[in-house]
Design a protein around this ligand. Structure first.
Ligand code: SF4
Length: 371
């Protein structure tokens, strides 16, 4: 297949749905976690779950980069944005994530110079155009976006841009998956692996899941047929008693990942001893910071940030949603106090967040799921 609409062909979708139905064992309930928020978005947008048998349940995972940012890091960003002379830059979704005293968008309304960018290079361009101002880029994302931050930092250093710095909130996917697998709350049968992250890191880092926890993993693309095929591959592994990492997304994910991207990440970043995740708490070696060679471009060192830990609001159940323990609509404030217009938790902000995806595309199917 060459064109994107071929990956959305309803007739082929029905064929794969039939193969899935044929692969399930009657009387067995299957729980499959889609790790990545991009998968969650596609599942609801295209109604993939409507094509599945009732005993195949999709559980949403922690792979939405905006959703995992804790309140304290948002507060730290807002504190930086209010520093005199600072132009604070971030991705659009990030501007609406609530901290304990509002969002970056509200900080902008209150007078802080907060600007939306599409890439870290945009932030670097703003720095070069405003040499009398300090420009901070608030970097978020998994291994998918970390290489672009790394390359921007290398360029800033090579070109000697003294007024550019990065507040690094990049995270890595393996530690939260390990934490989930260790959690007694959750019984899973398999994983739809994160296609974007694996484009950079390859499929190898996920091998611990079948090796140590006995669960199949299929790295998948983001079109509806990709996801259906990945579910079928997981069910086939289970039916055949196999347990391994398979790659459905071979048109994009190389077995060994992207060596050049891994190389620049290794030059620019190092692991933090621990990093706080929204709703999941502190997870060891799960976050990245700038390496000593790039410390002069580290906004946390240049400005000093408050670094205060802030508890999530009592009503917020993002942690349970991110761990797949509850469905978005089971949160008490879903669609009432918490909506995409006025989010309480992060999962309602990004289009990759499970709550926003369900609110935007899936809310009318709720009764069917409850039955
Ligand atoms: S509805 Fe809002 S508060 Fe509840 S889990 Fe979703 S984002 Fe969090």
């Amino acid at each position: 297949m060459r064109f994107v609409d071929e990956f959305r062909d309803p007739n082929l979708g029905r064929v794969v749905a039939g193969q899935i139905l044929a692969a399930v064992e009657p009387g067995r309930h299957y729980k499959v976690m889609e790790v990545c928020g991009g998968h969650t978005h596609s599942i609801y947008k295209y109604g993939v779950d409507d094509l599945l048998p009732a005993n195949v349940e999709l559980v949403h995972g922690p792979g939405c980069p905006v959703c995992v940012i804790p309140m304290g890091r948002v507060d730290d960003g807002i504190a930086l944005a209010h520093e005199p002379g600072v132009i604070f830059t971030c991705f659009g979704d990030m501007m609406r994530v609530p901290g304990s005293r509002g969002s970056l968008l509200e900080a902008k309304a209150a007078g802080a110079d907060v600007r939306m960018v599409y890439s870290p290079l945009d932030a670097l361009r703003i720095a070069k155009a405003n040499p009398d101002r300090e420009v901070v880029f608030y970097a978020i994302g998994f291994e998918t976006t970390a290489p672009s931050t790394a390359l921007t930092l290398m360029r800033a250093k090579a070109e000697g841009v003294p007024n550019f710095s990065v507040m690094c909130n990049h995270v890595t996917i393996v530690p939260p998956l390990r934490a989930l697998l260790e959690s007694p709350d959750l019984r899973l049968d398999g994983f739809i692996g994160p296609g974007h992250v694996c484009t950079v890191v390859g499929a190898r880092p996920l091998r611990f899941i079948p090796a140590q926890y006995g669960k199949p993993v299929v790295v998948a693309g983001f079109e509806p047929l990709d996801i259906l095929q990945a579910i079928h591959m997981i069910l086939r592994q289970l039916a055949e008693g196999r347990c391994e990492v398979e790659n459905q997304y071979t048109r994009v994910v190389p077995a060994e990942g992207n060596p050049r991207a891994l190389e620049v990440m290794a030059q620019v970043f190092e692991l933090r001893p621990h990093f706080e995740w929204r709703g999941l708490g502190f997870i060891s070696q799960s976050g990245l910071k700038l390496s000593p060679a790039f410390a002069d471009l580290d906004a946390e060192i240049r400005f000093g940030v408050p670094g205060v830990r802030v508890a999530d609001p009592k009503a917020c159940q993002c942690g349970e949603v991110l761990k797949g323990v509850i469905k978005p609509w089971e949160c008490k404030v879903f669609g009432t106090a918490c909506t995409p217009e006025r989010p309480i938790g992060t999962c309602m902000v990004s289009s990759e967040g499970a709550c926003a995806a369900y609110y935007n595309f899936g809310r009318f199917a709720r009764e069917r799921e409850v039955v």
